[in-house]
Design a protein around this ligand. Structure first.
Ligand SMILES: [Fe+2]
Length: 152
């Protein structure tokens, strides 16, 4: 299963939309690589790349939610943790020789992301609409920069 970006997925925060697009692209690339039967080294790198970008994206989004004083932050963080745990456990399974782990991870992550954006991220999107005085572009950029600094 692959997913494509559509406007329906927009959270109306350009920086976060861009990150969601990138995440979808990454997952689709990963899916293609597996379909083509890539070597172990390449797949290991793809898992690591996915872990890194997922952590980075969630960092940006959570920082953004903190800055807009989002009331449901904790619940949202817990939802993110589900995907992070899934990536980490797939990585461990793959390292232990379970080749099915990667295909299962991609299928899970694509479905998770689609439903997460539509059901969970859309809630902060609606919250932002109720606070028109917030400069969401500026806040999203600041959040992104903070996470880039953390990465060092
Ligand atoms: Fe989210």
């Amino acid at each position: 299963m692959k997913i494509m970006w559509t406007d329906e997925l927009s959270v109306d925060v350009p920086e976060l939309d861009e990150q969601h697009r990138r995440l979808i692209d990454l997952l689709n690339e990963f899916y293609d690589a597996i379909e083509r039967g890539h070597d172990e080294e390449a797949i290991r790198k793809l898992i690591e790349g996915m872990e890194e970008y997922t952590v980075f994206h969630f960092c940006t989004e959570e920082q953004f939610l903190i800055e807009i004083n989002y009331p449901d932050l904790e619940k949202h963080q817990k939802a993110h943790q589900i995907l992070i745990n899934e990536v980490k456990s797939a990585k461990a399974r793959y390292q232990n020789g379970d080749r099915r782990a990667v295909r299962e991870l991609i299928a899970f992550a694509l479905a998770w992301l689609y439903s997460h954006i539509l059901k969970v991220d859309k809630k902060y999107s609606n919250y932002c609409k109720e606070c028109p005085f917030l400069n969401i572009d500026l806040i999203a950029k600041r959040s992104l920069n903070k996470c880039l600094e953390n990465e060092g």
